[in-house]
Design a protein around this ligand. Structure first.
Ligand code: DGL
Length: 280
C-alpha cells in the first residue's frame, strides 16, 4: 500500500477517561493536521484499582474499535493501560505503531538537584514491571518517593481542578514527599497534568513537575515520520470523540480541558466489543 494513502488516516488515542486529553492537547500543538479518534472508557473508570485482566480486555477492545475506524497509529494515553497491555498489544498488532505512557523517571532523575524524586501514579502503574524496570535502570543513586492519589481521577473527571477536595488529595500525597526534600515530581497518570497549577501552588516554585505530554507528542511525530505517514495538510485535523460513559458530560469538559470543542459519540460494550451507538 502506498504510504501516502495512510497519511490521511486518523490517529487513535484512548484512556479510561479525560486523562488522555492532556496528551491530545500536546498532539494538537505538534501535529495539528492529524485527524484524531479519541476514546474514553468512562463506563469503567477508574482503571487504577481494577484487575489487570479486565484492563487488558478493555485496552484490546478499544484498540479493535479504533483500528476498525482506520487508525494508522494508536496512542495508549493511559499509564495504567500501558503498564498492563502495551507489550501484548504490540505483539498482537505488529504492523501497527503504538505509543504508550511510561512515568518520566529518566528525565526526573537526570534533572533532580537533590537526588530526591516524587512519583504520583495509580496502584496498577506502580505494580507494573515497566515501572520497576524504569526505576532500576534510570534511578540509580536517586531516592524515589511514590504515592497514589485516591479520588483524584474522579475529581478531575468532574472538572473539579481547583476544588478544596482536590487540593486535600494532592496535599496528602505531596506533603510527605516535600518533607523529604524532593525537587522533582513525576506525573505517572495522564489525568494529573490538569492539576499542575494546583500542584505547583502546593509545592512552590522550587519543585519542578514533569508533564509527559510533549514527549509523547514528539514520539508520535517521529514514528509517523519514520513510516512516511505524517499528514502534511495545512488544514486542522478532524477531532472525533467516543465515550462508553455520558457523552454530554465529556462534551462539557472538552473546552475547559482541551481548549477545543467536538462531538462525542456514545459507545457501548457488548461483551468485549465496543460498538458505536448511532444518534437518532
Ligand atoms: N489516566 C489513566 C492513567 O494514566 C488512568 C487513571 C484511572 O482510570 O485510574 O493511569
Amino acid at each position: 500500500m502506498q504510504t501516502n494513502t495512510l497519511s490521511n488516516k486518523p490517529i487513535g488515542i484512548f484512556d479510561s477517561g479525560v486523562g488522555g486529553l492532556s496528551i491530545l492537547r500536546a498532539m494538537r500543538k505538534f501535529l495539528p493536521a492529524e485527524h484524531i479518534l479519541y476514546t474514553a472508557d468512562q463506563a469503567h473508570i477508574p482503571y487504577g484499582p481494577r484487575q489487570r485482566e479486565d484492563i487488558r480486555d478493555f485496552a484490546f477492545g478499544i484498540t479493535e474499535f479504533l483500528l476498525d475506524r482506520g487508525a494508522k497509529l494508536i496512542v495508549v494515553a493511559c499509564n495504567t493501560a500501558s503498564a498492563v497491555a502495551l507489550h501484548d498489544l504490540r505483539a498482537r498488532y505488529p504492523e501497527i505503531p503504538f505509543v504508550g505512557m511510561e512515568p518520566a523517571v529518566k528525565p526526573a532523575a537526570a534533572q533532580s538537584q537533590t537526588g530526591r524524586v516524587g512519583v504520583l501514579a495509580t496502584p496498577t502503574t506502580f505494580a507494573g514491571e515497566m515501572y520497576h524496570a524504569l526505576v532500576n535502570r534510570f534511578a540509580q543513586g536517586i531516592q524515589i518517593y511514590q504515592n497514589t492519589c485516591p479520588g483524584l481521577v474522579e475529581q478531575i473527571e468532574r472538572g473539579e481542578l481547583e476544588a478544596p477536595a482536590t487540593r486535600a488529595i494532592l496535599e496528602a500525597a505531596l506533603q510527605p514527599m516535600l518533607a523529604e526534600n524532593v525537587d522533582t515530581i513525576v506525573l505517572g497518570c495522564t489525568h494529573y497534568p490538569f492539576v499542575i497549577p494546583l500542584i505547583q501552588d502546593i509545592t512552590g516554585p522550587d519543585v519542578h513537575t514533569i508533564d509527559p505530554a510533549p514527549a509523547i507528542a514528539r514520539q508520535t511525530q517521529r514514528l509517523l515520520d519514520e513510516h512516511g505517514w505524517l499528514n502534511t495538510s495545512q488544514a486542522p485535523g478532524r477531532l472525533q470523540f467516543f465515550t462508553s460513559g455520558e457523552s454530554a458530560s465529556l462534551e462539557a469538559l472538552l473546552l475547559p480541558l482541551l481548549g477545543e470543542t467536538g462531538i462525542v459519540t456514545p459507545v457501548v460494550w457488548e461483551n468485549s466489543t465496543l460498538k458505536a451507538v448511532h444518534r437518532s
